[in-house]
Design a protein around this ligand. Structure first.
Ligand code: PLP
Length: 650
């Protein structure tokens, strides 16, 4: 109906109930009618509205029941006279778009594009108009610009030669789920979108079961539960906000003075993702990054205990620990039993960030990592990384849903639309997903989880995870056969971390040359202040041939470097390489000698970053500048070699 027809029908109905005319809507797109009519009339009327296809919410103004209002939203494209796409055009363009997406992904499989674009910063402003169009353009023109200007500047994460970061989770099933989700609007309360609320809660219970999570993380436990957030960074922030609220609430009971949040201290390993720093900044709390052990690269709990003690002596208030399963740099895992035990003893909130590796838990062989999970207060992982669910979808489970919601629900609930629909399941009655995180509205993300889990089945997802792990092991064994490489960390999940000739400078040069050549795209990291090269299996349909090609590329560039630095081999092999070429499953074990950090040119320090490092792909340099860059790196290598020789002589 048009807006005017709607108003007429609504007024007629209202008049038939009560003579009070003050709620009569006027002709506007969004109306707020105010009335002091009784709640039974309001309830009758909103049911009538729903039955007749309207959306109407009631709100209380100023918390006064007499100030009960109703708001009605109308939208009529006929009245707005929109010229843009109609249903027929949508069908035509949508079919084309699906073909376009399939062709695009196929073109990557067939290696018909390079993994990384050849564009310079600011390229798009030089190509696209700086002003929006006044008149509508055609779909064909838009799509031709996508091909010409967007694809040419896109990093192709599904490309077989793209081996940086972590898996990206793009699958056809999830793309379709995402498409559907974007046509279903949003939800925040149960009432605003019952299917969205209930499917999300059910999918998180499915995942909990698929991954062997304890029952209290399930929504049907009524104790804890889970909700989707946009990213792992959001999950870490949300868990920290909940922990902060819990600690402040505990302390307010003891102390009349409110505690300044800056006295709260959170802890994590030096290998935890920088999103923990970001969360601490947003929460206004301190963060202490602590060391990790040499063997497993796991957070050292002796350091955690002494840091907590020290901070308490300084009058600070420890409150939160973020443990990691699958660190960004090298996929190492903290020990949940040990971290959990300290948290339990010291009354700290224990959070686990398993952004990437969490997906592996669908395979029972990875579940020993969950030992100690009963001591954990919250847990996050991204189905959008390794479970083929396309960004964005991050699961956050909490042991106590009331502790989580306490951080987000404050003030009178009366300002929130009230639901008067009969509810069959009392568990759903209390679930308004807006209380489970920062935003009010949320996308229908669970559709893509539902699509993926149903279209693959649990066994299909297990096969996917196991295939990636097998490919990583194949890469590792082929690489180690060469003799010039060593593992920089045990190969875990689908990530292999290695070094070239136990040299920071040579490893760096190798990555720089490989990325510059665009034969592969790798992203290095830093562990124990050493430069490490990461090879990640990223795309869903990865095959053995991708790994074989990657090995050929790496060896070709390694040979070129060896040719250039002729005695690199002899120097490097003279060094006791105790990061000894370990086979998969063996931990790296440095000798005393190798333990000492290698001195490098101080003007080009190895950055002590906990996660990815610059890949040294210097965009925008001329050929001369590039050559100079390589010369500079070569000098760095020679300096490193001199330093090693001095150590050997000693
Ligand atoms: N935590 C870990 C362990 C990660 O590896 C990453 C990203 O790779 C993040 C957090 C951040 O993830 P997001 O991009 O979902 O915020």
């Amino acid at each position: 109906p048009t807006v005017s027809e709607s108003c007429k029908r609504l007024s007629l109905f209202t008049d038939s109930l009560e003579p009070d005319r003050s709620a009569r809507p006027v002709r506007r797109n969004s109306l707020l009618g105010r009335s002091s009519i009784s709640s039974s009339v309001v309830s009758l009327r909103s049911r009538w509205l729903r039955r007749n296809g309207f959306v109407a919410d009631r709100v209380l103004l100023d918390n006064e029941p007499s100030e009960r209002c109703e708001s009605f939203g109308f939208c009529s494209s006929r009245e707005l006279q929109l010229d843009a796409m109609d249903a027929a055009e949508f069908r035509r363009c949508g079919k084309q778009l699906i073909d376009f997406i399939a062709d695009y992904i196929e073109s990557l499989n067939g290696n018909r594009r390079e993994a990384m674009p050849r564009v310079l910063p600011g390229y798009l402003r030089q190509r696209l108009p700086l002003r929006p169009p006044d008149q509508p353009e055609t779909w064909e023109r838009v799509m031709s610009d996508v091909e010409e200007h967007i694809l040419s500047g896109t990093a192709h994460w599904l490309h077989p030669d793209f081996n940086a970061y972590f898996p990206i989770g793009i699958s056809y099933a999830s793309v379709l789920g995402d498409l559907l989700s974007s046509s279903f609007g949003v939800g925040f309360t149960w009432r605003s979108n019952p299917a969205l609320t209930e499917l999300e809660r059910l999918m998180l219970d499915w995942l909990a079961e698929m991954m062997g999570m304890p029952a209290h993380f399930r929504n049907d436990s009524g104790i804890g539960g889970g909700a989707l957030q946009g990213s792992a960074s959001d999950c870490v922030l949300v868990s920290m906000l909940a922990a902060r609220k819990e600690k402040l609430t505990q302390l307010i009971g003891k102390d009349a003075e409110p505690l300044p949040v800056s006295r709260l201290v959170a802890y994590c390993s030096q290998l935890a993702h920088p999103c923990v720093d970001k969360a601490a900044v947003i929460c206004g709390v301190r963060l202490r990054r602590l060391g990790y052990d040499d063997e497993n690269l796991a957070l050292r709990c002796d350091l955690l205990e002494s840091a907590v003690l020290e901070d308490r002596q300084l009058g600070l208030v420890p409150f939160y620990v973020c443990a990691v399963l699958g660190t960004t740099a090298c996929a190492s895992c903290d020990n949940l039993s040990d971290v959990g035990a300290v948290c339990h003893r010291e009354q700290l909130w224990c959070h686990v960030d398993a952004a990437y590796s969490g997906g592996a838990l669908v395979c029972p062989e990875f579940r020993p990592l969950l030992q100690g999970i009963e001591l954990v207060d919250s847990f996050n992982f991204n189905p959008s990384k390794w479970l083929l669910c396309t960004f964005d979808a991050s699961v956050l489970w909490v042991k106590s849903q009331s502790k989580l919601k306490d951080a987000f629900v404050s003030g009178p609930r009366a300002s929130i639309p009230v639901d008067d629909a009969p509810i069959s399941n009392p568990l759903e009655q209390i679930c308004d997903l807006k209380d489970w995180g920062i935003p009010l509205s949320r996308r229908f993300r669970s559709l893509k989880l539902w699509f993926v889990i149903r279209l693959y089945g649990v066994e299909g997802l297990q096969r996917h995870i196991r295939l990636h792990c097998r490919l990583a092991q194949s890469f590792e064994s082929q690489l180690l056969k060469d003799g010039r490489f060593q593992l920089a960390a045990k190969t875990r999940f689908s990530l292999v971390c290695f070094r070239f000739r136990d040299s920071d400078a040579l490893s760096r040069l190798l990555v720089c040359r490989i990325n510059q050549s665009r034969d592969l795209h790798l992203m290095p990291a830093s562990v124990r202040d050493r430069y490490i090269i990461r090879y990640a299996i990223v795309r869903e349909r990865a095959v053995e041939a991708d790994v074989n090609r990657a090995i050929r590329v790496i060896l070709k560039h390694a040979d070129q470097l060896d040719g250039k630095f002729s005695n690199a081999a002899s120097i490097a092999s003279a060094i006791p390489i105790a990061t000894a070429v370990a086979t998969s499953g063996n931990a790296v074990n440095d000798s005393e000698d190798a333990e000492e950090p290698v001195e490098l040119n101080s003007s080009v320090p190895i950055r002590k970053e906990p996660s990815y490092m610059s890949d040294d792909l210097i965009v925008g340099l001329s050929e001369d500048q590039l050559q100079e860059k390589f010369r500079q790196m070569s000098r760095e290598f020679h300096r490193e070699r001199r330093s090693l020789r001095r150590r050997l002589d000693k």
